[in-house]
Design a protein around this ligand. Structure first.
Ligand code: PLP
Length: 352
């Protein structure tokens, strides 16, 4: 939308001197390897991308100990997550906590083919797995858990989540969106992918948009039983929705541990900077296992705060639902995180 191309965010990403901390991107990406692969792949940009899609699918399958039939790739995980929601809506409603990344599942409400049923607001902002289990009645076809959750950044304990998934998946499909898994301290222990291997009715979603730094290259995927993948596939467009450059970047990044470790270190450093700045300014925040922090602004309205921050060239998120005092900030490049830190006392003083 041309009207949205502004002084702060021109055509490709933020303008110089603007801290874009509003969409949980990793601006250290694309990695050097990804950039080289993008350049090489673009030379074959005249051809559809079915072979490279098959190659990435095979890599993901191998890493996760499943056959390629268990994997569906799309343009960002949003593509296949929206198809997953639409597929679920054919047989019932989607259950989730009050606050979660519901953007793709909202498709069922926009299309008026289903509803999102939400648990009551929880003061601690954690996901109450017992309440979630109790809320699964016959009207629910899918339960959606985002782990770690967005926008809270909170990690649900993987042992408790595993037990929940095993129980709950006997009543409804369980979708675990693990977009930020690779950012957590223990990605291997936090993933629910073993449940898919063990035959439970569980779908795990992942993306190259976060730690891999490829949000604009649009590659994500789900891992689920082949019959589930087939059913969801009816609402997707398969490899026609994919592009050579994005696939090449994903393939080049998938095993680039050096880049991932470096990104993780920068994210942690950024988080420490934000936590201490908040503390120095008398504010608290939830403990994050992601590349963003959910801060409690007390009596300050998060939308007014966002607008004041924007005047300082710092872009952050506004209000989620009715959580008017909660403000989400993403970890960008450290110099951009520093801009948030520097702007904080100035902006807060406008509210006192
Ligand atoms: N899932 C979660 C939890 C997210 O936060 C996001 C984006 O912010 C996505 C999925 C979608 O990302 P993408 O479509 O880029 O894979």
């Amino acid at each position: 939308d041309a009207a949205k191309v502004t002084r702060l965010t021109p055509l490709y990403g933020p303008a110089p001197g603007v801290a874009k901390l509003n969409a949980n991107e990793n601006p250290y990406g694309p990695s050097k390897k990804a950039l080289a692969a993008i350049q090489e792949a673009s030379l074959s940009g005249s051809y559809y991308a079915s072979e490279s899609a098959m190659a990435l699918r095979a890599m993901i399958a191998e890493r996760n100990g499943v056959d390629p039939e268990f994997v569906a790739i799309s343009s960002g995980s949003s593509g296949v997550l929206a198809a997953t929601a639409i597929n679920a809506a054919q047989t019932g409603n989607i259950l989730g906590p009050d606050l979660f990344w519901d953007t793709t599942s909202m498709a069922v409400e926009h299309q008026e083919i289903g509803k999102i049923v939400r648990l009551p607001k929880d003061a601690g902002l954690e996901i109450d797995l017992d309440a979630m289990y109790d809320a699964i009645d016959d009207s629910i076809s899918m339960v959606q858990v985002v782990n770690p959750n967005n926008p809270t950044g909170l990690l649900t304990d993987p042992v408790a989540l595993k037990a929940f998934c095993i129980k709950a998946s006997k009543k409804a499909t369980v979708l675990v969106d693990e977009a930020y898994n690779e950012v957590t301290d223990a990605p291997e222990s936090n993933t629910m992918v073993s449940l898919v291997r063990d035959g439970h009715d569980v779908i795990v979603a992942r993306t190259f948009s976060k730690i891999y730094g490829l949000a604009g290259m649009r590659i994500g995927y789900i891992i689920a039983a082949p019959q589930t993948i087939e059913s969801i596939g009816k609402y997707g467009i398969g490899s026609y929705g994919l592009n050579q450059a994005g696939l090449a970047a994903a393939i080049a990044s998938y095993e680039d541990d050096e880049f991932m470790n470096a990104s993780r270190a920068k994210i942690r450093e950024g988080r420490e900077m934000v936590y201490s700045a908040l503390k120095e300014n008398g504010l608290t925040a939830l403990p994050s296992q992601t590349n963003f922090i959910f801060a409690d602004l007390g009596s300050i309205n998060a939308q007014t705060f966002r607008e004041a921050m924007e005047k300082e060239n710092v872009l952050i998120r506004g209000i989620y639902r009715d959580y008017t005092n909660w403000s989400r900030v993403s970890m960008g490049r450290l110099e951009h995180v520093q801009m948030y830190v520097d702007a904080l006392p100035k902006v807060l003083s406008q509210f006192s």
